[in-house]
Design a protein. Structure first.
Length: 220
């Protein structure tokens, strides 16, 4: 009887502890992404990627960075623009590369444009941030940010794609990079709007040449 009474007295405390542990586990889960700040170290090497809205961010890879010192902030600027901001307490003052993949889960949607910018505290220096946005292995948008350079604004993708790769490359030239921002803009896409791959163009060209030769043969 004493054991039963003790269990009844301690049960609420045990339930509260379990509840707190559950909440803490949800907060520390690197794939429970909501708009907010995370540590790059927790995103690197996560199998299957992390989901934000209808986007999956995966395959985070870096060189030259101490990943537990880099903060990644996820922002949804509006319903169609998703932004990642990379920051370090003292800024970036050495060469590094940082890349990741983005995939759209919603059918009929694709990434149609991208934007990127490096924030420098002073308008001088030789440092340079290059951001390469690729779809199907081909460069679709290229941004080069140097101290004092104007923001070029978003660039449209020639081949809108449901999956892209973003690669940031920073070369330190004496000017610290305060932060890096990468944005992608999503839009509706139909089959008719998809630009054929280079291989498709080659096949079309071969077919046209063949038809021209066949027509010439019959005319002779």
């Amino acid at each position: 009887m004493k054991f039963v009474n003790m269990m009844l007295r301690t049960a609420p405390a045990l339930l509260l502890l379990a509840s707190v542990s559950s909440v803490q586990g949800a907060v520390s889960d690197p794939c429970a992404i909501v708009p907010g700040a995370y540590v790059l170290n927790n995103l690197t090497g996560v199998g299957g990627g992390c989901t934000l809205g209808d986007k999956v961010y995966s395959n985070f890879q870096s060189e030259g960075l101490t990943t537990n010192q880099v903060q990644v902030t996820f922002n949804i600027l509006d319903g169609n623009e998703y932004q990642l901001v990379f920051q370090k307490s003292q800024g970036f003052s050495s060469n590094f590369t940082l890349s990741y993949d983005i995939s759209v889960l919603t059918p009929g949607k694709a990434i149609i444009a991208a934007d990127a910018q490096g924030n420098y505290p002073f308008p001088a220096g030789a440092s340079a941030l290059t951001v390469d946005v690729r779809a199907a292995g081909m460069t679709e948008a290229l941004f080069v940010s140097t101290p004092g350079a104007a923001d070029p604004g978003p660039q449209g993708l020639m081949n809108p794609s449901a999956t892209i790769t973003v690669r940031n490359s920073f070369v330190y030239g004496g000017e610290t990079l305060a932060e890096v921002s990468n944005s992608v803009i999503q839009g509706d896409i139909s089959q008719e709007e998809i630009v054929p791959e280079p291989g498709t163009y080659a096949l079309m060209g071969s077919a046209l040449v063949g038809l021209a030769l066949l027509r010439r043969k019959f005319q002779v």
